[in-house]
Design a protein around this ligand. Structure first.
Ligand code: GRF
Length: 198
């Protein structure tokens, strides 16, 4: 059985990418084929190279606000890697509908909130400010609408009275590292039933 090829897009430390890569072993139906970043300084690039995974960088800055031009460049290493599945993992660029439509149905993202609550940024501070009792993370299929799309999994954490955005983010990140690999394995087997943790 040939493995599904998974490309992972990152912008920073890549802790979610590491969790995904380290989960794709044994009888897992997928294997990583590329780690691609918009940031040459992304710490995740060295972690991917240490794991023997091909990496590429397409810096978005030379393109200014021309998202289409950036994405046309981003597509080159991405299409060359022939991915079956694309995982956005701490990838901090908004993608246009045109780009998304090329991969819709096989592109996933992890977002640090219980979608549909708190799309966008600063999710942990917003959950605390709202006095929510719980928070968490969501893996969803990527559609043209930001942080939207069919939910493939969620992990819930309790917000403690003394939680700060930093302590809450750390708690959520630990669950991201459990949720995303679980969703990817199921998705790679063609199963879209949501993974709900704990
Ligand atoms: C995490 O907070 C995650 O929720 C978001 O990007 C942040 C960094 O992730 N998607 P990583 O460590 O680069 O995977």
């Amino acid at each position: 059985m040939s493995h599904k090829r998974v490309a992972i897009l990152i912008s920073g430390g890549g802790s979610n990418m590491v969790s995904l890569v380290d989960s794709m072993t044994g009888d897992h139906p997928a294997r990583p084929c590329l780690v691609l970043s918009n940031n040459a300084d992304a710490g995740g690039l060295a972690k991917a190279a240490d794991r023997g995974i091909a990496t590429a960088v397409v810096d978005h800055r030379p393109f200014g606000g021309d998202r289409a031009a950036f994405e046309a460049e981003l597509c080159k290493p991405l299409l060359e890697a022939k991915p079956d599945i694309i995982c956005l993992a701490g990838f901090m660029r908004v993608l246009t509908g045109d780009f998304v439509s090329r991969f819709q149905g096989r592109m996933l993202n992890i977002h640090p909130s219980l979608l549909p609550k708190y799309k966008g940024l600063n999710t942990h501070a917003r959950a605390i400010a709202a006095g929510d009792a719980e928070h968490g993370c969501t893996v969803h299929e990527v559609t043209a609408a930001l942080d939207d799309g069919p939910i493939l999994g969620q992990a819930r954490v309790k917000i403690a009275p003394n939680d700060t955005p930093e302590t809450l983010a750390r708690k959520v990140l630990e669950w991201e590292h459990k949720l995303y690999p679980a969703v990817l394995e199921r998705f790679a087997r063609g199963d879209k039933a949501p993974v709900m943790l704990p």
